[in-house]
Design a protein around this ligand. Structure first.
Ligand code: FA5
Length: 345
């Protein structure tokens, strides 16, 4: 029996030494030390031994079992360490690899232009105000010195909803709203960005577009203030070398009225395809607020004067970013919109 124990000991030590993984080791434990394990079966068979032999063999089996237990424990630790090291190696992450680029939304070029203009005018003490897009004939035209039947109404092809309501054709409608809302008739300094609508649709005209209006009403406001303000505005937005040219024009709500051109920022005024070889690009309508408009909206034209200007934001964005067709601005094509992110980097 001693020999048998010795054989089991040697065989088990050899097998434990060669075990490659924890699972294999567990199977060996069952094989030798489990309920039906080889060593356990030997102990059970001790009944057949003489009383003298029993304690000797019992002691031997127990010491072999203790030895094996220690061996299993040490081997288990070794294998667990090895398996952990292998797992860490297999799942290693190289944190220095570049990550996958996640797509984020980008700011619309029109919003970029609007925000830039708002920041500039707010820094000069202006308020930013809004007005309704569904406007009354009264505010869009009548209070701007354009009574019903006035021929200048044909200058803007309008979307009428009812005979009284229309989609506003110009942010100028908010001029009258701001003057009327100011009950104390104190000085005004506002800009009005917003959507406007006309029955037009081609590469440089959209049925829905954006304008920004400027209105200043105070004592002793002159044309020089208008010119200075527009110079700051255009130079900040389009470049410090931008020159302005005032051409006499007609708007019913300003007198005198001007169309304001800026020197072409593509060719610097030399003449190119963008400015149609003229060196100038028409960008704004402007003028001194017509005395009738002041009077109709509660301001005494003998005390107050003012200037107003209005410009198309879509055209400004097109020029600023070199966009060739206004309709791109309304298609929400991510390939188009994401280009402007690159420009800000
Ligand atoms: C006006 O709308 C006047 N309210 C501007 C004004 C304000 C004059 C204050 C005097 C004092 P006009 O119709 O020219 O003016 O339009 C102004 C600008 O809006 C144009 O220069 C153009 O840039 C833009 N615009 C006009 N129609 C369209 C359109 N269909 N699509 C895109 N932009 C347009």
């Amino acid at each position: 029996m001693k020999e048998q124990i010795e054989q089991i000991k040697l065989a088990s030590i050899e097998e434990v030494k060669n075990a490659k993984e924890v699972k294999e080791l567990n199977d060996l434990k069952v094989k030798y030390l489990g309920k039906k394990g080889e060593l356990t079966l030997l102990l059970r068979g001790m009944g057949a031994l003489s009383p003298e032999e029993r304690p000797i063999i019992g002691g031997l089996v127990n010491s072999v079992r203790d030895e094996l237990n220690q061996l299993f424990e040490a081997k288990e630790k070794e294998l667990q360490k090895k398996e952990l090291a292998e797992k860490l190696e297999a799942e290693k992450i190289d944190v220095t690899l570049p990550s996958n680029k996640t797509k984020t939304g980008s700011k619309h070029p029109l919003n970029r232009v609007i925000e830039e203009i708002e920041d500039l005018f707010v820094s000069m003490g202006y308020d930013v105000v809004e007005g309704p897009e569904l406007e009354t004939d009264e505010y869009c035209f009548e209070r701007l010195n354009l009574p019903k039947g006035h021929p200048a109404r044909d200058m803007q092809d309008s979307f009428y909803i009812t005979p009284e309501y229309l989609l506003r054709t110009q942010t100028s409608a908010v001029q009258a709203r701001v003057m009327m809302a100011n009950e104390e008739k104190t000085p005004i300094r506002v800009i009005v960005p917003g959507k406007t609508y006309r029955r037009e649709d081609d590469a440089t005209h959209s049925h829905q577009f954006n304008q920004v209006e400027g209105l200043v009403v105070d004592k002793n406001i002159t044309l020089a203030h208008l010119k200075g303000t527009l110079e700051v505005f255009m130079r900040k937005l389009l470049g410090e070398n931008t020159e302005l040219r005032f051409r006499p024009s007609y708007f019913p709500f300003t007198e005198p009225s001007y169309e304001v051109d800026v020197s072409c920022f593509k060719c610097g005024g030399k003449g190119c395809n963008l400015c149609k070889q003229t060196g100038w690009i028409e960008l704004l309508g402007a003028g001194m607020v017509h005395p009738n408009v002041l009077k109709m909206n509660g301001y005494d034209p003998k005390v107050y004067t003012g200037f107003a200007f209005g410009t198309g934001l879509d055209r400004l964005a097109m020029f600023k970013y070199g966009i060739t067709d206004m309709r791109y601005l309304y298609r929400n094509d991510v390939r188009f919109l994401s280009q402007f992110d690159e420009m800000d980097r």
